[in-house]
Design a protein around this ligand. Structure first.
Ligand SMILES: C[S@@+](CC[C@H](N)C(=O)[O-])C[C@H]1O[C@@H](n2cnc3c(N)ncnc32)[C@H](O)[C@@H]1O
Length: 205
């Protein structure tokens, strides 16, 4: 979907190949440093994400300080997801091939997406479908830093500054519909030595 805010080419990637090929080999690594991981967990705690929660674009870690009652993790690599100690359900699903989520309406109290939103080529459709599966009043919380797999990140992200990324994700919420006006925050202090962490979240109207 292109429009005035997201012009043609915005969602193109250097590697347009199927994501299944890129993510086939498990990566049992962390993608942000310990302080940034702690900032993700602290935010989830502050926002009280404790019930039925969906971790989108997940891997072997979900960063909750304590696991939600039911955590469904969705990602590309079954072996990574199988090692996630906080998960109660694992789902392999390619959101770029099929943005519609394989869940019933209103299945979750909240959804999260950590350091991965920049890989979505149809984010507005995904955010719209997250609104379908999150119950009224529930939150969708996206966090990101300044690192990525550059061949798989969308061009619009790579050619924007760190400061602009929050605005891009906020616009995904607005254009998707179904969400209240999003909150954009830097969660690691300015001048912090290490990976910075930003968050954008909104509640399901
Ligand atoms: C940088 S890793 C982040 C993993 C995890 N969220 C974390 O915080 O460590 C990117 C993740 O996005 C997932 N991913 C990438 N493209 C995807 C797609 N098209 N559909 C679903 N998940 C995808 C991959 O499975 C991978 O685990």
């Amino acid at each position: 979907m292109t429009n005035e805010r997201f012009p043609p080419g915005f969602f193109d990637r250097t590697d347009p190949g199927v994501d299944d090929a890129f993510y086939r080999v498990p990566r049992i690594v962390t993608h942000i440093d310990d302080d940034a991981i702690a900032a993700v967990g602290a935010l989830y705690e502050e926002l009280e994400l404790h019930g039925d929660v969906l971790d989108l674009m997940s891997s072997w870690v979900s960063h909750f300080t304590s696991a939600p009652r039911n955590l469904t993790v969705l990602g590309m690599n079954a072996a990574e997801l199988a090692r996630n100690p906080q998960a109660s359900e694992t789902v392999v699903h390619d959101l770029n091939a099929e943005p519609r989520l394989p869940f019933e309406d209103g299945s979750f109290d909240a959804a999260v997406c950590c350091v991965s939103v920049d890989y979505l080529v149809r984010p507005i459709e995904v955010f719209r479908d997250v609104a379908r599966v999150v119950r009224a009043g529930g939150l969708f919380v996206c966090t990101f830093s300044n690192r990525c797999f550059p061949t798989k990140a969308i061009r619009g992200w790579l050619y924007s500054s760190d400061a602009e990324h929050g605005g891009i994700v906020a616009e995904y919420f607005r254009q998707a519909g179904g969400w209240a006006e999003p909150v954009v925050q830097r969660r690691t202090p300015a001048g912090h030595f290490g990976d910075p962490l930003w968050a954008v979240w909104a509640d399901r109207r």
